[in-house]
Design a binder for this molecule. Structure first.
Ligand SMILES: *Cc1c(COP(=O)(O)O)cnc(C)c1O
Length: 391
């Protein structure tokens, strides 16, 4: 079955719900049993990991069917929904480490994930070493007998380095470590984590799955072998999401395969147009043939989303800010993956420790939305005119 057919049909069972096309919003805390025998049976079933509706914390069919769809789409054994993408990046780590353990985290990781390692894991006596995202098989040299987990994110947040996931995973598995990946950029369609050696895959479903900038949510999908660590930690830390939000995420999923090719094509067109401007030092987009990550992207990815970075030549930050302020179709704001375009300033030098950011010029990140590409380019051209006037 093709991916677009899967996104339309997975996790949908109208026969169970009076024929409604979408799984309804089932709100619940208490789920009643008809008698004591059913109550006892449900306890047994839950202990044996059988699918069922036990208690609102673990979710109702609105959440379970979204999890079923995402697990199958990413190609994993089971999926768990989390209340945010960040919770999906952080809480699962706790299922695989204990005091005295060591983890390896890509230097290009999402900033708040890094803070969790530096503050919360450090308090628990779990140490973190940040590594060059381009390290590949060389990661083996950083592994100690205490290394339990290797965290990858590809392409990297803000800086878009593509990691050699199969090489890193092979090294990690030789040393008995679990590979956890933030796969938000790749989406469940464009990077298939379990084919490349990943054990636990994270989506900030806030982005392209929800797709409409109105829900915060995350998902974590894993292999059968990694499931015991994930299953326990999700409920032990009380992680869940509201059925209303799960409904919106499932609705977003139905059109994701139709939306993504537009984000991909517009992102590439826009990145190429921006790269041709004389004030631009580099565009950070692995789908462009000149990008250092292009060969790995071509080898491992099925497509590209609409998010990329721009490095300007050294100039006053005020010139970059004039560009961003002049844009009318691109909003200034955090997050991405919605139907609308965004452009946001960032400074990669602020957040790295294992590698040095080689560029001095100011940067900004672009999300290509679903507006017409000609309008997006015309607006960006007006932005560059404002930059020139201010430089
Ligand atoms: C947005 C994002 C997250 C966090 O998701 P939230 O739902 O905003 O908490 C995690 N990782 C990446 C790569 C992201 O872009």
């Amino acid at each position: 079955m093709h991916e677009s057919t899967k996104t339309v049909h997975l996790g949908r069972h109208p026969d169970r719900f009076a024929g409604t096309v979408n799984t309804p919003v089932f709100r619940a805390s208490t789920i009643l049993s008809a008698d004591v025998a059913e109550w006892e049976q449900k306890k047994k079933d839950r202990a044996q990991d059988k699918p069922g509706t036990y208690y609102g914390l673990m979710g109702t069919p609105t959440k379970h069917l979204l999890e079923e769809a995402l697990a199958e789409l990413e190609g994993g054994y089971k999926c768990q929904i989390y209340p945010s993408g960040l919770a999906a990046c952080t809480i699962p780590i706790l299922g695989y480490v204990r005091t005295g353990d060591h983890i390896l985290v890509a230097d290009s990781v999402y900033g708040p994930t890094r803070r969790f390692c530096d503050v919360q894991l450090a308090r628990m006596g779990v140490t973190t070493t940040y590594y060059d995202p381009l390290i590949g098989a060389g990661i083996e040299a950083l592994m100690t007998p205490a290394t339990r987990l290797v965290f990858v994110e590809s392409p990297g947040s803000l800086t878009f380095e593509v990691q050699d996931i199969p090489a890193i995973a092979a090294a990690a598995h030789r040393r008995g470590a679990t590979v956890m990946m933030d796969n938000t950029w790749g989406t469940p369609l464009y990077f298939k984590p379990f084919r490349h050696g990943v054990d636990v895959s994270i989506q900030a479903t806030t982005k392209y799955v929800v797709g409409h900038s109105d829900v915060i949510m995350g998902s974590v999908t894993c292999t059968r072998e990694a499931w015991p660590g994930l299953k326990s930690v999700t409920t032990d830390y009380g992680q869940t999401a509201s059925p209303d939000d799960c409904y919106l995420a499932a609705r977003g999923l139905r059109t994701m395969a139709a939306r993504l090719p537009i984000h991909w094509a517009s992102g590439v067109r826009l990145a190429e147009w921006i790269a041709a401007q004389p004030e631009v030092e580099r565009v950070l987009h692995p789908a462009l043939p000149g990008d250092p990550g292009h060969a790995l992207w071509k080898r491992d990815f099925e497509g590209a989303c609409g998010l990329f970075g721009v490095v300007l030549k050294p100039m006053p930050r005020a010139a970059r800010d004039a560009l961003l302020d002049a844009l009318t179709l691109y909003g200034i704001g955090a997050s991405w993956g919605g139907f609308e375009s965004l452009a946001m300033p960032f400074d990669p030098a602020e957040i790295r420790t294992a590698t040095r950011w080689p560029h001095a010029g100011p940067c900004f990140r672009v999300h290509a939305g679903l507006e017409h590409i000609d309008d997006l380019i015309a607006d960006m051209a007006a932005g560059f005119a404002a930059l020139r006037a201010a430089a």
